[in-house]
Design a protein around this ligand. Sequence first.
Ligand SMILES: *Cc1c(COP(=O)(O)O)cnc(C)c1O
Length: 235
Amino acid sequence: MTSIEHNLHQVRERIAAAAVRCGRAPEEITLLAVSKTKPASAVAEAVAAGQRAFGENYVQEGVEKIAALMTEGDLQWHFIGPLQSNKSRLVAEHFAWCHTVDRLRIAQRLNDQRPAHLPPLNVLIQVNISDENSKSGIMLEAVPALAAAIAALPRLSLRGLMAIPAPEQDYARQLAVCQQMASAFHALQRDYPAIDTLSLGMSDDMEAAIAAGSTMVRIGTALFGARDYARPSQQ
Ligand SMILES: *Cc1c(COP(=O)(O)O)cnc(C)c1O
């Protein structure tokens, strides 16, 4: 067994244990493997171990990996990094999901640039739930207006919300932030029944996120090991 395969089993077990502890079915939670800064060979190892959904933060790096892994079968690629307008076309053309929509202008560009032969791009609205230093994401109060605008765009499919809470070691505090996201998610679901995705939880807070109601955890370090940001493929 390779170490990535081993890690994948362990992460799946963590997800299942966290789900069972709060009375949820493990299948309600999708594991998104965050492969940013990792080579295509690492993704291929995860694919061999049964993983299908991958998240990338850097547009160019992601597009290169998508091309390199074309022959690996039907993988699902999620863009989860900050999105600049001048990179939106590549996201619209190559990814199945974008988790980081936080303004109407970028939503409109993704809508206009989504190729006609592809299904609508699945999008999540990124909420700035607790990180005052982050420039990404909108305040909770702004979610209903942006959701209404996105719901009117035919080439986008609004699937839910995403957040990157500020790092926090204390479980109770992690849970409190995750619960705020969950109640915003449930409120949105009442207006848009097709909404089914709360993208919340990383290597260090996935248990709290699952207890609060996350449906998709984004896991990098616990699967692929620590990242080396000195690698030249960054942009
Ligand atoms: C890097 C990253 C992750 C993965 O974080 P880990 O702590 O390595 O699991 C998840 N979500 C986003 C948006 C990221 O940028």
